[in-house]
Ligand binder design. Structure first.
Ligand SMILES: Cc1cc2nc3c(=O)[nH]c(=O)nc-3n(C[C@H](O)[C@H](O)[C@H](O)COP(=O)(O)OP(=O)(O)OC[C@H]3O[C@@H](n4cnc5c(N)ncnc54)[C@H](O)[C@@H]3O)c2cc1C
Ligand code: SF4
Length: 493
């Protein structure tokens, strides 16, 4: 364990953030580096709690007390080895994971939790800086071929694990660059894209092939891909956004959040956008509908564009600022203020949008809203009533819909393969059935299977799915790849 008295001597400290007035002028990550000694002190706060709930709340089963101890002992190489056992990409999760582990930290019951996510990022960055993160190709090849469709965190994790097991892996990505939403959804100020490039270079050096501009079910024949490979992993994400089909939806200036974020990430990467209709917030009153991560990313991006005003509205009620006493070790439903909100944003809750209002040229000029009051109906379900007299117009020339995602795109890949879907329209492939879809030798992982989720879940699914694929490809139906639950996997055929 780390220092037995560390939590008594040190308090929680995170790296500083660059000042708002500086960081809104660029797209660089907003956290400043933290001195190594300070991170070691943070690791010392991990106490010998006996049952580390952090470990079970991490979807990857990261072995947190052990890597904290290694950091405390200043043994960054051992810390890296422990972390790499369960997480293929700690440099991603160390930056953008919401850290359910920290909500479950035992120290967090009556003191600020251990800074697990920051320590994870520090281990990854030290490993790259010191040369511990290097290509580690498998010593033997099985001769089996696996195609992974989609290069988001789920596809990348599946590819890394299957390659480690000795299979020949090719990742097919329809976009021009690798990374999925890591690349095109999450803005650079949360994670600069050279972090993905650095990882992809390592994976290539380990023997994984990447095909970009390869739309399986479009310019790449889906059935032929299945025929030509011993197994296929579908990791295409959940890409169909929930729409707000209100009067005025067709007005110029109403967009899905991902149209805005995808285009901006391409702009920041220096891509040629001349064939795109430019969506830019400069000088505009921006309203973001939806209070999640995607909405917050729209806020930060709009501020960097130089928006005149940014307002984020949410249909649900405002959550409380502190967690209830019975919440631990679960994820608390509390008011969260992201770094993007700190940069300037009006936030409103319990607001229903009724109409988008345009001018005579068909351009959005405002939205019409009404405030609502939440309560319970006779059967105890949440319901709301409109508050009479609260109708108003909010000036708005750019409206971004960040109301979540419904399911994966069915046209193309899924239609062509006739893959079975679940009731929500996601690919049906239960973990209990080893991530196998209704189509023989085709598996699925990540948002395409579980619906819109988190990077840490995508990595976890990619790893677990890879284990099932490896067992499927092996002669005795078992896999030696690690699992978050431990033990060897025997396929039930
Ligand atoms: C704006 C935004 C911000 C987010 N911020 C966070 C955050 O801060 N932290 C967090 O944990 N999570 C965040 N998330 C959620 C997280 O990004 C996703 O849960 C995660 O990326 C899902 O990974 P995935 O690999 O399943 O799918 P994706 O990342 O969506 O990747 C799927 C890939 O498959 C490709 N593809 C699809 N169909 C085909 C095909 N037919 N042929 C070839 N390629 C195909 C797509 O082009 C894409 O590259 C955010 C999501 C969004 C939208
Ligand atoms: S991946 Fe997320 S949940 Fe797991 S240890 Fe890291 S920050 Fe915590």
């Amino acid at each position: 364990m780390a220092d037995p008295k560390g939590f008594l001597n040190e308090t929680r400290e995170l790296p500083g953030k660059r000042p708002v007035e500086v960081r809104v002028n660029d797209w660089k990550e907003l956290y400043e580096p933290m001195a190594e000694e300070k991170t070691i002190k943070q690791a010392s706060r991990c106490m010998d709690c006996g049952v580390p709930f952090c470990h079970s709340e991490c979807p990857l089963g990261n072995i947190i007390p052990e890597f904290n101890d290694a950091v405390y002992q200043q043994d960054w190489q051992v810390a890296w080895e422990i972390l790499s056992e369960t997480n293929n990409f700690p440099e991603f999760t160390g930056r953008i994971c919401p850290a359910p582990c920290e909500a479950a930290c035992v120290l967090g019951i009556n003191q600020p939790a251990v800074t697990i996510e920051h320590i994870e990022k520090s281990i990854a960055e030290e490993a790259f800086a010191r040369g511990y993160a290097r290509p580690n190709p498998p010593s033997n090849r099985t001769g089996k071929k696996v195609a992974v469709v989609g290069s988001g965190p789920a596809g990348l994790a599946a590819a890394a694990q299957l390659n480690k097991a000795g299979h020949n892996v090719t990742v097919y990505e329809r976009n021009t660059r690798i990374g999925g939403l890591l690349r095109y959804g999450i803005p650079d100020f949360k994670m600069e894209k050279h972090i993905i490039d650095r990882r992809v270079e390592l994976m290539e050096a380990e023997g994984i092939s990447f095909e970009v501009n390869a739309d399986v079910g479009g310019n790449v024949d889906a059935k032929q891909l299945v025929r030509n490979n011993d197994a296929v992993v579908l990791a295409g994400g959940s890409t169909i956004p929930r729409d707000l089909k209100l009067p005025g939806r067709e007005l110029d200036g109403v967009h899905f959040a991902m149209e805005f974020l995808d285009q901006n990430n391409k702009r920041v990467a220096g891509d040629d956008l001349t064939s795109f209709k430019q969506i830019h917030a400069e000088g505009r009153d921006v309203v973001v509908i939806g209070g999640g991560d995607t909405g917050a990313d729209c806020v930060g991006t709009s501020n960097r564009h130089g928006a005149k005003s940014v307002t984020q509205i949410e249909l649900m009620w405002k959550p409380g600022a502190v967690a209830g006493p019975d919440t631990w070790p679960n994820w608390p439903m509390i008011l969260r203020t992201s770094t993007s909100h700190e940069e300037g944003c009006e936030r409103e809750w319990a607001v229903l949008t009724e109409k988008f209002l345009g001018d005579e040229e068909g351009k959005l000029r405002a939205i019409q809203t009404v405030n609502i009051r939440w309560g319970k109906d006779a059967s105890g379900r949440n319901t709301f009533v409109k508050i009479e007299g609260s109708e108003r117009e909010i000036p708005c020339q750019l409206l971004l819909i960040a109301a979540g995602f419904l399911h994966p795109q069915q046209e193309g890949l899924l239609d062509k393969l006739s893959v079975g879907l679940d009731a929500r329209g996601n690919v049906a492939a239960n973990p209990e059935h080893n991530y196998q879809t209704s189509v023989p030798k085709v598996f699925a992982a990540g948002d395409m299977r579980r619906g819109q989720s988190l990077v840490v879940w995508a990595i976890s699914e990619g790893r677990e799915c890879a284990r099932s694929v490896d067992a499927f490809l092996s002669e005795d139906g078992t896999s030696l790849l690690e699992s978050k639950d431990g033990g060897q996997l025997a396929l039930q055929v």
